[in-house]
Design a protein around this ligand. Structure first.
Ligand code: GUN
Length: 282
């Protein structure tokens, strides 16, 4: 069976829209997301455009700051510092990856916890690791919501995560661990990768290599979530060789139409939660 992120996301978006209308009537303002992009990477530009469109769709304000590659690190940090102080801004997002030469960690460290809607800063990651999540990264959160939509009990399942990025692999592993899965994280230095993946009841793939995961690596009846978005000969494909893998799975997410739409709905959810929390703290 296919897990269409678009359908799961649509339900979340409906809830967000209703809650946003309540928020606006209660506080006489809209939740506001500020998005910063540096450089001209076309994929990043598309993601940012989709995020801004998502804001419009659910009734948020959005602010967009576009800097050419080569802009001084300090200028970007100063922008974040001013957005951090701005009472009307609920969330600050810096689209990653930044072009070469920027100190990503230092830039992100200027985003206060209360506005870190990507859940990338050290204290939000720390809380997730301690099993008391606050703001959680959007893509892994979206994957959990897709897994939930299958109705399958996650307790005690063998979950294998391919990829160990700070944005997907690591928080993904923590969420699955918090959901009582037995979690293995594999990466580019893992030996005999298929020995691990063939034992996976749940396989999450986030490595950025087109069609890397093939049918011989899959356990019969597995749930496979493909986080990869690759462009090959002008067409989008995931990290999983969908045609060969799909028949062996109980559930699989397609690319496109799988994880992508979930990431945006979770970002909007995190922004709304941040707006509500900030109003409650006033
Ligand atoms: N680049 C790839 N995924 C993400 C994400 O979830 N947030 C940000 N800010 N950048 C990304």
């Amino acid at each position: 069976m296919l897990i269409y992120g678009k359908e799961v996301a649509a339900k979340t978006l409906e809830k967000i829209m209703a809650m946003t209308a309540d928020f606006e009537s209660k506080y006489s303002r809209k939740p506001t997301l500020a998005v910063i992009i540096v450089g001209e990477d076309p994929a990043s530009q598309t993601y940012v455009r989709n995020k801004i469109n998502g804001c419009k769709q659910v009734g948020f304000n959005s602010l967009s700051y576009e800097y050419p590659d080569g802009t001084a690190q300090e200028e970007i940090e100063n922008r974040i510092k001013s957005l951090a102080k701005d009472e009307t801004v609920d969330g600050i997002l810096v689209q990653l990856p930044l072009p070469k030469g920027y100190d990503e960690e230092k830039i992100l460290s200027n985003i206060p916890d209360s506005k870190d809607v990507d859940g990338f800063n050290a204290s939000n990651i720390g809380c997730l690791c301690l099993g008391r999540p606050r703001t959680v990264s959007c893509t892994p959160l979206g994957v959990m919501s897709m897994l939930e939509s299958t109705g399958v009990d996650l307790n005690g399942k063998n979950a294998v995560v391919l990829g160990r990025s700070n944005t997907v692999g690591k928080p993904m592993a923590m969420l699955l661990l918090n959901a009582n899965c037995t979690v293995t994280v594999c990466h580019s230095k893992t030996r005999n990768l298929a020995d691990f993946t063939k034992n996976a009841d749940i396989l999450i793939v986030a490595i950025g290599k087109p069609k890397f995961v093939t049918a011989d690596m899959i356990k019969e009846g597995a749930i496979v979530i493909d986080v990869g978005i690759n462009r090959v000969d002008g067409k989008l494909c995931g990290d999983v060789d969908f045609e060969s893998v799909e028949p062996k799975t109980s559930f699989i997410s397609p690319v496109p139409g799988g994880v992508g739409p979930m990431t945006i709905s979770m970002l909007l959810y995190n922004t709304l939660m941040s707006a509500i929390a900030r109003e409650n703290e006033r």
